[in-house]
Design a protein around this ligand. Structure first.
Ligand SMILES: [Zn+2]
Length: 104
């Protein structure tokens, strides 16, 4: 499977043809196809692993989805708040300890 060679014909999605077509490997990186050329329209492009690129419509949908997620999830608590909380707890404990030591 990893034995690709330049000129090998593999399937990939061509954005110009807008479908899976035969592609010849024109560039290999780590013995994996990096660039391919559509055998139908001769368009060179990065190997897409037969995945169609997301359409503008899909990108817009994803953007909206992320916005919804961002508004639904509460802002993450940053480390500073956690440290402050720990300090507050510690100081209240030490106050109690002092109070106790006064009584005793
Ligand atoms: Zn093509």
């Amino acid at each position: 499977m990893s034995d690709f060679r330049l000129g090998d014909v593999i399937d990939d999605h061509c954005i110009k043809c807008r479908r899976i077509t035969n592609h010849a490997i024109v560039s290999l990186v780590n013995s994996a196809p990096a660039k391919v050329r559509c055998r139908t329209c001769y368009h060179d492009h990065d190997y897409r692993h037969e995945q169609a690129p997301p359409s503008k419509k899909d990108l817009k949908k994803q953007e909206l989805f992320n916005e919804v997620l961002a508004s639904a999830v509460p802002a993450p608590v940053d480390g500073g708040d956690l440290v402050d909380a720990a300090h507050a707890e510690e100081s209240s404990k030490s106050k109690k300890a002092k109070a106790r030591s006064k009584k005793a």
